[in-house]
Design a protein around this ligand. Structure first.
Ligand code: ZN
Length: 463
C-alpha cells in the first residue's frame, strides 16, 4: 500500500488526521485478516511551498522540512497511528527520479525545455480515466498560464530548473534543478513496491491532478497496471463549511487533541464511511466522546463483574449465555470491513457487543459460569474489533480519566462545587430528608452529573 504523505511545510491539520487514521485502519485490518502487508507513506521534503515558508521563518528549507517531519511523527503518534514500514523522502530518491524522467524522455512521453522537463499529456491515451475527466474539457478549463516552454498548456513539469541561488538543487542531464511533485510518488512507489501494487491511497483532493499524473508517468515507464485499487478519503468540513485559514476554522492536530481524546476523535472519523465527506461539529465530537466513554465504562463494568467471581478457574469451553448472539458478532464485523472498510457498520457491531456485555454485567442474580464465560468472550470481541480499527490502545482507566477531565473542562463544571453538592445530598439522606436529597440529585443531573450510591460510598460521574 502506498499512501501520499504530506508536503512538510506546516504541521498536519484535521483533514490529514482523518486520511492517515483511515489508512492506519486499513493497515491494521489487513494485518488482522492475515495479510502480509508492506506500507509506504512518503514525505515530500522539497517543494515550492517549503522554499517559500523557509524564507518567512529564516530557516534553510531542509531544516524546516526536518522540523515538520519531526512534528508530523509526533502528531501521528499522538493519534495512535502506526508507523509505515517505509517513510521515504524525496530528497533521498533524486537519482531514481532523474532516471525515471529520463525513461519518459526516451520513450517520447516527456521533453526538455530550457532546463525544465515536461510531460506530454496528449501522448498518454488514458489520461483523465482515473478522475473521469476529458482532455478537451480540461483544456478549456486551464487557467491561461504564461509559459512558452510548454508544447501544450495541459503538460506538467517533471523537472524544474533552479530559479534562484540557494534553492535546493541537484544536477541532472537537463541542468541543475529539482523534481516536480507528481514524479516523486511514481519514483518512490516503484522503488519500494515495484511497478504494480495493491492499494494506492490519499485524500480525495489528490485524484486530480496528482494521481492522474502518477498513472500517466508510471504506466508508460514501467508497464504493469500500477495501483490495483485506489482509495480516496473524503474531506473534513468544519460545522458544514470548508476548512480554511481565512474562515478562522482551521484546526491543527495539536489544537484538537488538547480538547478531544485521540480515540474519541478516531471514533468520530470512523462513524462516516471513508469515501464520504465528514462534518466536524461540536455536537458530533461530543457525541463520539460520549460513545467512547460508554465503551470504556463497559470495560470497567466487565472487569468489576469478573472480579466478583470467586468460583476458581473456569474452563474455556462450556455453555455460554447468549451464545448465538455472541457468535454472530465477529462475522458481522468482518462482513462490514470486507465491504470496502465499512467502519460505521463495524462500530455498530462494537456497540451491539457493548450493549450485550452491559446487559449481562448488570443482570441480577448469582453470577454463574455461563454468564461469566459470555462476559469474558464479549470483552475479547470488543478488543479484537478495537485492534482492527485502532481503538482501545490505551488502558481504559487512563482513557476514561483523560476524557472525563476534557469533558469537565468543555462543560465548564466546577468539581469542588459538585463534591459539595454530593456531600450535602449524603447529609440529607442521613437525615432522611428525601425531598432535599432528590432536589440536589436533580440539580446535579441538570449539570450533566450522575450520583452513584454504592454499598461502600457515593461517587459521581458524568452522564
Ligand atoms: Zn503522491
Amino acid at each position: 500500500m502506498y499512501v501520499c504523505g504530506l508536503t512538510v511545510y506546516d504541521l498536519p491539520h484535521i483533514g490529514h488526521a482523518r486520511t492517515f487514521v483511515v489508512f492506519d485502519v486499513v493497515n491494521r485490518y489487513l494485518a488482522q485478516r492475515g495479510f502480509e502487508t508492506s506500507f509506504v507513506r512518503n514525505h515530500t521534503d522539497v517543494d515550492d511551498k517549503i522554499i517559500r515558508r523557509a524564507k518567512e521563518t529564516g530557516e534553510r528549507p531542509e531544516d524546516l522540512a526536518q522540523r515538520m517531519i519531526d512534528g508530523l511523527t509526533f502528531d501521528m503518534n499522538s493519534l495512535g497511528i502506526k508507523r509505515a514500514d517505509v517513510e521515504p523522502r524525496v530528497t533521498e530518491h533524486i537519482e531514481e527520479i532523474i532516471a525515471l524522467v529520463q525513461v519518459l524522455v526516451d520513450k517520447g512521453y516527456a521533453y526538455a525545455a530550457d532546463g525544465d522537463v515536461y510531460y506530454r499529456v496528449r501522448k498518454f491515451a488514458n489520461y483523465g480515466k482515473l478522475s473521469g475527466r476529458n482532455l478537451d474539457e480540461l483544456e478549456s478549463g486551464v487557467r491561461v498560464e504564461i509559459n512558452d516552454k510548454k508544447e501544450d498548456p495541459l503538460d506538467f513539469a517533471l523537472w524544474k530548473a533552479t530559479k534562484e541561488a540557494g534553492e535546493p538543487s541537484w544536477s541532472s542531464p537537463w541542468g541543475p534543478g529539482r523534481p516536480g511533485w507528481h514524479i516523486e510518488c511514481s519514483a518512490m512507489s516503484v522503488r519500494h513496491l515495484g511497478p504494480s501494487f495493491d492499494i494506492h491511497g490519499g485524500g480525495r483532493d489528490l485524484i486530480f491532478p496528482h494521481h492522474e499524473n502518477e498513472v500517466a508517468q508510471s504506466i508508460p515507464a514501467h508497464g504493469g497496471e500500477f495501483a490495483r485499487y485506489w482509495m480516496h478519503v473524503g474531506m473534513v468540513e468544519i460545522e458544514g463549511e470548508k476548512m480554511s485559514h481565512s474562515l478562522d476554522n482551521f484546526w491543527t492536530v495539536r489544537d484538537i487533541l488538547k480538547q478531544v481524546h485521540a480515540e474519541a476523535l478516531r471514533y468520530f472519523f470512523l462513524t462516516t464511511h471513508y469515501r464520504n465527506n465528514i462534518n466536524f461539529s461540536r455536537d458530533a465530537i461530543a457525541d463520539a466522546t460520549r460513545r467512547m466513554m460508554y465503551m470504556l465504562r463497559t470495560f470497567e463494568s466487565l472487569e468489576q463483574c469478573d472480579a466478583k467471581w470467586s468460583g476458581g478457574d473456569i474452563a474455556e469451553v462450556g455453555p455460554v449465555d447468549n451464545q448465538a448472539e455472541i457468535e454472530a458478532l465477529m462475522p458481522s464485523y468482518f462482513e462490514a470491513m470486507d465491504d470496502d472498510f465499512a467502519t460505521p457498520r463495524a462500530l455498530a457491531t462494537l456497540a451491539d457487543a457493548a450493549r450485550l456485555a452491559n446487559k449481562l454485567a448488570e443482570k441480577k442474580g448469582k453470577l454463574k459460569e455461563p454468564r461469566l464465560r459470555a462476559i469474558r468472550r464479549l470483552r475479547t470481541i470488543m478488543f479484537e474489533i478495537g485492534s482492527g480499527v485502532g481503538l482501545f490502545q490505551t488502558p481504559y482507566e487512563d482513557a476514561l480519566a483523560t476524557i472525563t477531565a476534557q469533558e469537565i473542562e468543555r462543560l465548564g463544571l466546577d468539581t469542588k462545587e459538585i463534591a459539595r453538592l454530593v456531600d450535602s445530598r449524603t447529609t440529607a439522606r442521613i437525615e432522611k430528608d428525601w425531598a432535599e436529597a432528590d432536589r440536589i440529585r436533580e440539580l446535579l443531573v441538570d449539570m450533566g452529573v450522575q450520583v452513584l450510591d454504592r454499598p461502600e460510598d457515593t461517587v459521581w460521574r458524568l452522564i
